[in-house]
Ligand binder design. Structure first.
Ligand code: ATP
Length: 354
């Protein structure tokens, strides 16, 4: 087992594209560390640099305190699973799984034992005799995972391994991966652009944007206090409402008159944006205390909740309400803030200020 330390990692491709910019990241020994960000933010390049498949322009990578900058992939003692499973088509599942061990010359009795164990962990026992073309996509991906897990490497690197699976299977595999990682206690770096996947899997999440680090934190930290407007817009579905506010009479007020409890330590009074989660707002009757006049613009009924878009003072905001709440479209309603003080951002720097 080993932590991974990335210091000032910089990657500039020959065509001049800067994919990763002076990135510092520290993955702790035994943690499931998720790198999250939109397409093109540099996640894959960072992961491939850790694996040794990409040579960084500058910066250092340490795996278990060992500087690996000059080591080829095979000597870094990591296992990688990609979005595309890349199984050997002519080999049965059991031989695909056994492949890395046989390549290392592991005695056959031990190979059998470890294949059986990996198959048990990934519920593949009944499928071991099949070739890849006799397996579903999800089964193939489980075989690919088993092949990675069998090596007991210092760390696992996963690049969107569930992207090609349907939603139900993806949820199922997420649980398996989390469970396996906890059982094995091996450091795992997991790349995804899916914030839900990041939230449900990660011990900690790093949010990347244009090759730079925006925030590192636990799922709850990044959900409750996104470090920048970029993070605020990226985490949560639907995302936070980003409302221009100013401080007046000890409250935060939007131009539409919505009043919010300000967080402590707020020194500036203008050029501020509050990040208000849809579940921290409430649609009420127009005459309820503290409510501002509003109008329902649209509703999305999701079964266990309703997402309303509400227009108040010229701004549209999203509100998450229980399925029992029913307000007609265009109906006059009230809108009020019910949550704790929202995070507040500087509109110019786009960073969290309180
Ligand atoms: P995705 O989720 O789409 O895979 P990503 O966050 O993993 O995106 P990277 O694949 O790391 O992003 O790419 C980061 C940036 O580097 C992108 O702008 C991409 O176009 C660029 N890039 C990647 N590989 C090369 C290359 N070989 N040559 C030039 N530019 C590249």
């Amino acid at each position: 087992m080993a932590g991974i330390e990335i210091t000032e990692l910089h990657k500039r491709f020959p065509d001049g594209t800067v994919a990763v910019e002076k990135l510092d990241l520290s993955m702790r020994d035994g943690e499931l560390f998720v790198m999250l960000g939109p397409s093109g933010c540099g996640k894959t390049t960072t992961l491939r640099s850790i694996a040794g498949l990409e040579r960084q322009t500058s910066g250092d990578i340490r795996i278990g305190h060992r500087l690996v900058n000059d080591l080829p992939p095979a000597e870094r003692d990591i296992a990688m699973v990609f979005q595309f499973y890349a199984l050997y088509p002519h080999l049965r599942a059991k031989d695909n799984i056994a492949f890395p061990l046989r390549a290392e010359g592991t005695p056959e009795a031990e190979v059998k034992e470890r294949v059986a164990e990996a198959a048990r962990m990934l519920r593949l026992e009944a499928l071991l005799e099949r070739r890849p073309n006799q397996l579903s996509g999800g089964e193939q991906q489980r075989v690919a995972l088993a092949r990675a897990l069998i090596r007991q490497p210092l760390a696992f690197l996963m690049d969107e391994p569930l992207t090609n699976l349907d939603a139900e299977l993806r949820a199922d595999m997420r649980t398996s991966i989390k469970h396996l990682q906890q059982r094995l206690g091996t450091t795992m770096v997991y790349v995804t652009h899916d914030q839900l996947e990041a939230m449900s899997l990660g011990d900690r999440i790093a949010i990347l944007n244009k090759g730079r680090l925006e925030q590192v934190g636990t799922p709850l930290e990044v959900y409750n206090r996104p470090a920048s407007l970029f993070c605020a817009g990226f985490i949560g579905s639907p995302p936070m409402n980003l409302l221009p506010v100013e401080v007046s009479e000890g409250r935060l007020r939007t131009p539409g008159g919505l009043s919010l409890v300000p967080p402590g330590g707020l020194s500036t009074r203008q050029g501020l944006v509050a990040g208000v989660r849809p579940e921290q707002l409430e649609v009420t009757t127009p005459d309820a205390g503290d409510a501002v006049p509003a109008r329902i613009v649209s509703e999305e009924v999701l079964g266990d909740e309703i997402i309303y878009v509400v227009s108040a003072g010229g701004a549209d905001v999203r509100v998450r309400m229980p399925p029992t709440s029913r307000f007609g479209l265009d109906a006059p309603v009230g809108l009020r803030h019910t949550g704790s003080p929202p995070p507040v951002y500087d509109a110019t720097s786009e960073r969290l200020v309180a």
